[in-house]
Design a protein around this ligand. Structure first.
Ligand code: ZN
Length: 204
């Protein structure tokens, strides 16, 4: 599979002049380069962080009330902000999407999703109060048992992959830390979560 072309700058964020796509001297890939000030605007993957929030034998899931995947279920997750740690970002997203406060965050999975240029960091975390509630980002927030996870109604391949790993570890009675690449099989629809696999999976 070829490397996806991610959004590049049409105009220079520094001086406003048009950018062109070319391979800078000494580089090996086309970059967005300003035609006036010569600034090279690199585009790098985004980091998404989230929490599988545990409360006894239940997990906290949220029904998305924003696009993409509005109306589908996820554990709380979102883009890491500049200046915060991954764990702090995961706890912040949990608060923003579910009003839940968490502690004891431990890395559970680091998933590469090259086809959308994302790195997905998933933590296990403990719910520290009974409070959680819908928010502008989530129409519904619920504690579910493993049997109640809505597998056919999850928001993203990354979410389904992380929850599947979690369910397997939980059934085996031992949690590990997982890495791997979430990939579309190339068959069926990209919107069908069943058409994704985890390549190069390792567990430590
Ligand atoms: Zn410029």
């Amino acid at each position: 599979p070829s490397t996806p072309t991610m959004t590049s700058h049409k105009f220079c964020p520094d001086c406003g002049s048009p950018c062109e796509s070319r391979v800078p001297d000494g580089d090996h890939k086309p970059r967005s380069v300003c035609t006036a000030c010569e600034h090279i605007h690199y585009v790098n993957p985004n980091v998404v962080v989230g929490c599988i929030v545990e409360a006894g034998d239940q997990l906290l899931l949220a029904k998305r009330d924003i696009e993409p995947a509005r109306g589908r279920w996820t554990f709380p997750a979102g883009y890491l902000e500049c200046g915060e740690s991954c764990a702090d970002g995961a706890a912040r997203e949990t608060m923003e999407e579910t009003e839940a406060t968490v502690e004891d965050l431990g890395l559970f999975a680091l998933l590469d999703i090259p086809h959308i240029a994302q790195v997905y960091g998933v933590y296990r975390a403990r719910l520290i109060s009974d409070h959680f509630a819908p928010t502008p980002e989530s129409s519904e927030v619920r504690l579910v048992t493993m049997d109640e996870i809505p597998w056919d109604d999850l928001a993203f391949p990354s979410v389904a992959t992380a929850l599947r790993l979690y369910a397997d570890d939980r059934a085996a009675g031992a949690f590990r830390t997982h890495t791997g690449i979430v990939e579309w099989t190339g068959e069926g629809s990209r919107f069908d979560l069943a058409q994704y696999r985890l390549r190069g999976h390792r567990a430590n």
